[in-house]
Write a protein that binds this ligand. Sequence first.
Ligand SMILES: *[C@@H]1O[C@H](CO)[C@@H](O)[C@H](O)[C@H]1NC(C)=O
Ligand SMILES: *[C@@H]1O[C@H](CO)[C@@H](O)[C@H](O)[C@H]1NC(C)=O
Ligand SMILES: *[C@@H]1O[C@H](CO)[C@@H](O)[C@H](O)[C@H]1NC(C)=O
Ligand SMILES: *[C@@H]1O[C@H](CO)[C@@H](O)[C@H](O)[C@H]1NC(C)=O
Ligand SMILES: *[C@@H]1O[C@H](CO)[C@@H](O)[C@H](O)[C@H]1NC(C)=O
Ligand SMILES: *[C@@H]1O[C@H](CO)[C@@H](O)[C@H](O)[C@H]1NC(C)=O
Length: 538
Amino acid sequence: MKVFLYFLIAFIANKEIVKIVEAISYDKKNVVIIMSDDMGFHDVSYRGSNEIPTYNIDSLAYNGIILDRFYTSPMCTPSRSALLTGKYPHHNGMQNYVIVSDEPWGLPLDEKLMPEYFQDAGYETHLIGKWHLGFYKEEYSPVNRGFDTFYGYLGPYVDYWDYTLKMFSRNYSRGYDMRRNSEIDRTYKNVYATDVLTKEAIRVIENHDNEKPLFLLLSHLAPHTANDDKPMQAKEEIIEKFSYIENEERRILAAMMHSLDESVGDIIEALYNSNLLNDTIVVFFSDNGGPSVNLHSTKASNYPFRGQKGSGWDGAIRTGAIIYAPFLPSGIIRRKFFYIGDLLPTLLNLANTNIQINKKIDGLDLSNMILYNKAPFRNEIITIDDIFGYSSFIFNGFKLVNGSSSEGFDDGWLGSNNNSDINSSQYISEILRSKVSKYLEIFKHPLQPDNIREIRKRATVQCSGIHNNCNLLNGPCLYDIIHDPCEERNLATPENVFMKIMQEIFITELQHLIPSHRKPPDSKCDPINFNYTWSWWL
Ligand SMILES: *[C@@H]1O[C@H](CO)[C@@H](O)[C@H](O)[C@H]1NC(C)=O
Ligand SMILES: *[C@@H]1O[C@H](CO)[C@@H](O)[C@H](O)[C@H]1NC(C)=O
Ligand SMILES: *[C@@H]1O[C@H](CO)[C@@H](O)[C@H](O)[C@H]1NC(C)=O
Ligand SMILES: *[C@@H]1O[C@H](CO)[C@@H](O)[C@H](O)[C@H]1NC(C)=O
Ligand SMILES: *[C@@H]1O[C@H](CO)[C@@H](O)[C@H](O)[C@H]1NC(C)=O
Ligand SMILES: *[C@@H]1O[C@H](CO)[C@@H](O)[C@H](O)[C@H]1NC(C)=O
């Protein structure tokens, strides 16, 4: 068809026709990003684990592209900043910890964010769910940062049933945190938060004017904990399904993941029903690794990776991602490195926006890698929290980890590796019966059981289980991260020349570090001053 049209153009050489053809060949694709919060690597089932089955997410993976070495930053705020700006957090002062709700700072206003680029390309842009990039002044809130509409919460997390945040480290009152655009919204009462956000995302999809391209970021609460007085919250009837998981917290986590998995199925269904699915790029990933112990622990498991959220270990930053579109390759695994900040230029290109980024960013356009496994490739990934004193530096397939975020306590392999599920014999049939399979099969050949088994096997990360000592309290550790993904065999020695070179490159890189914008708490934010809601206070 295209060949014929080009022939026609060449023949007629009429400018008007050229314009029309461009519109057909380079039509803009919709972009839907589904981001989970604090999800562990072992808490989905497409990478080999049977413990928590996630049939919809898995089907998306088998029908799409698994980005095997997808890296994020190690915590919520820095990772979300990198996603939206395409920059390493230490290049815009976002690298230290997260924005605590009483701290008056946010993602700098001179940054141009992903939704603003999509707006430039004529997209309607929507954020559903978590923001966590600052709200002490109204101009920091999502509708002033490139999102045409927003439904969600401004802070780090809320209760799954009443959408309040209570800071137990302070004496502030409990505050409600759910808004539609700029206004407090009380539409939902006692509806599970994952379902609230899914319903609102479906509303956006159903109300979308298909003449315009759509950009939707669904930034889920799940499976993050709720407030410290009742951190683990899921629907009772779903928790019962997982009675085979002995640990109670992990059983509830499984139910949180189950609701998240249903959300993915429902979003695909809504895209199909609105005639959008065949023109949409869907991306799924977690903002960072899961917390297995201590602060906000959900008993998440990053098995077989080492460490957890908030560290330089792969358990914090290698989260695994899926990208799917009917017009992208299907059923493949891309093994090259990908950093969360690469999504900005890559999606702008894959979606045919024709938008150039004129700022200096760290993100690379890796569309060629996604489409053809071709260069340019990412060679380096930097993680740093200079205040908490930990970092990691991936360079040419090696990884230097320096400084412990836990005084050495949480530097081991923390997550459950339980792989038994009562239903594993039904795994293949459940994948084929999932909502995602049902709708994606309309555009391509259905998945075959052998393909599923094969992709899943190749997506499973293998470790040796044999490790030598690495004590970050005594100095940095070095890994061949391609052949030793579980960070088991420390190669750091005083004589290691390659390590010295890496350290030098890293130290040079740190000369470009922008100091953290974090500010001390300001008690004027206390929700008691705002009718018991979290609101901009300055
Ligand atoms: C909270 O209030 C109590 C009683 O006034 C006080 O003892 C405590 O130090 C306060 N805690 C914080 C974190 O401000
Ligand atoms: C296991 O299979 C049974 C029967 O099909 C079903 O009722 C149950 O919900 C399944 N459990 C899980 C965790 O999916
Ligand atoms: C997608 O489907 C819609 C509705 O069936 C159709 O109008 C549109 O042309 C399709 N787009 C592509 C790229 O096939
Ligand atoms: C793993 O799961 C099985 C049931 O599926 C259970 O019997 C066993 O105790 C679990 N092991 C751990 C360490 O939780
Ligand atoms: C490693 O960490 C130590 C202690 O936190 C710090 O003094 C040193 O500069 C770091 N080295 C590199 C290469 O980051
Ligand atoms: C304060 O919040 C309550 C709900 O808790 C609401 O009914 C009331 O209208 C709010 N008052 C103002 C002034 O917004």
